[in-house]
Design a protein. Structure first.
Length: 420
């Protein structure tokens, strides 16, 4: 008998009423949404919704969300719910800024990872060793991290030039770069405002323009995590701890060790996301800088069905909506109302085809109201633009809830030898 036994289909039962999308179908859905977005851009005249600058900003804002979500993925695949991602990100922002100001940005990045990992150790000791409720431990860690960083800032940044109790001095930049040739070509195509071609050019251009080296590292961590968790013996054992720790233990897996490693790695990723905020996104530490991104990262992980690829799509979606705050928000969000109305029409047709007539009618009514809202207004209030990332988070989670499958033992208490 081998550790592969714990990954039998029995532990991977499909969710009733839902199906996992295959890669070709997923790519077709993404292509369809891109076509609809192009149509909406041409109707509304809101060229900013697919501009190179918009996409570049979205990528930069998606990175810390994606890193937090990736941290949640590692932790929850081992069976430990990590609500403390926000606190680990907070520690990453402070440690990254403190070390980055003194010894340079790359040292700050390393210290940010360490700061997040220290918070993860506290969460791991509470939940794994002492079986504290995972939610209670995570919330307590978030509060502790917020209070600790505010206290430390008074003694570290307050007396420094351009620093205060709520802000660090400026940190040296890691620098940015473009992909030679490709970046300029995509920007030129994007400014032509051609149907679909310019929109696709804006998307690609945003991925190859004004890149930070840390952005490249963060993006590379997504396929690397997939390979480690799904293509190595280490990953199989770690995931078995989140599916059936008793069976894993019976096969010789040290469940405590794998859970500890997963949670500490989780904290390191969240801390890296925090360091990205303080070193790359704004080059200073600010009190309240994470602004709930740890929670949104957790939502991106759930939206992605505890898979790295889906997580990356969720982070990109939330990063895009967050970027609307910075670039033509009121006009762009107004155009997205039309896009949402069209998507709801397709949703109503799909539900009717599945003979779910009541949800289909409700969806159609909501779509009609969205159309009326779009036609009756020229832009949306600024308050709605600020709330858009959080509204999208709630909407996406509510629509995808029936198709999710969390690890079976996620959040459940475990004691060594309990299966005997």
């Amino acid at each position: 008998m081998t550790t592969a036994t714990v990954a039998k289909p029995k532990a991977q039962q499909p969710v009733k009423g839902g199906r996992r999308l295959s890669l070709p179908v997923l790519l077709l859905v993404i292509a369809g949404i891109l076509v609809l977005t192009s149509v909406v851009r041409m109707i509304s005249g809101a060229n900013g919704i697919t501009s190179t600058g918009q996409m570049s900003t979205a990528l930069r804002l998606a990175v810390p969300i994606g890193l937090a979500g990736l941290g949640g993925l590692w932790s929850e695949r081992s069976g430990v719910v990590n609500i403390g991602l926000e606190g680990m990100m907070i520690l990453g922002t402070w440690f990254g800024a403190w070390a980055g100001y003194q010894w340079g940005p790359w040292t700050g990045v390393a210290f940010g990872v360490v700061g997040g990992a220290l918070g993860a150790v506290l969460h791991a000791v509470a939940t794994i060793t002492f079986n504290v409720n995972h939610i209670v431990s995570g919330v307590a860690l978030n509060i502790l991290a917020l209070g600790a960083t505010r206290y430390l800032s008074k003694f570290t940044f307050d007396d420094l030039p351009q620093g205060s109790s709520k802000q660090s001095p400026p940190i040296d930049s890691l620098g940015t770069f473009d992909i030679p040739g490709l970046s300029g070509a995509m920007d030129t195509l994007n400014q032509k405002h051609w149907f679909l071609v310019s929109d696709l050019a804006g998307l690609i251009g945003g991925l190859v323009t004004d890149l930070s080296p840390l952005t490249v590292v963060a993006v590379a961590l997504v396929p690397l995590s997939w390979w480690v968790l799904w293509r190595t013996a280490f990953g199989l054992r770690l995931r078995s701890c989140g599916e059936n720790p008793v069976a894993a233990e019976s096969l010789g897996v040290n469940v405590y060790r794998y859970k500890y490693l997963a949670v500490i790695i989780s904290g390191g990723f969240a801390g890296l996301g925090g360091a990205f905020l303080s070193i790359v996104a704004s080059n200073v530490y600010l009190d309240g800088q994470t602004a709930g991104r740890g929670y949104i990262g957790l939502a991106a992980m759930i939206f992605g069905n505890w898979m790295p690829g889906g997580l990356a799509l969720g982070a990109g979606l939330f990063g895009y909506t967050d970027s609307l705050n910075l670039r033509g928000g009121t006009t762009n969000v107004h155009a997205l109302i039309l896009l949402l109305a069209i998507l709801l029409v397709f949703g109503a047709v799909y539900l009717a085809w599945r003979k779910k007539y009541v949800p289909a009618v409700i969806t159609a009514v909501v779509s009609a109201l969205m159309f009326l809202w779009y036609v009756d207004t020229n832009e949306v209030p600024k308050q709605l633009v600020s709330a858009t990332p959080y509204l999208v988070t709630l909407l996406v989670l509510s629509l995808s809830a029936q198709h999710l499958r969390m690890p079976k033992a996620d959040g459940l208490p475990y004691r060594k030898g309990q299966g005997k």
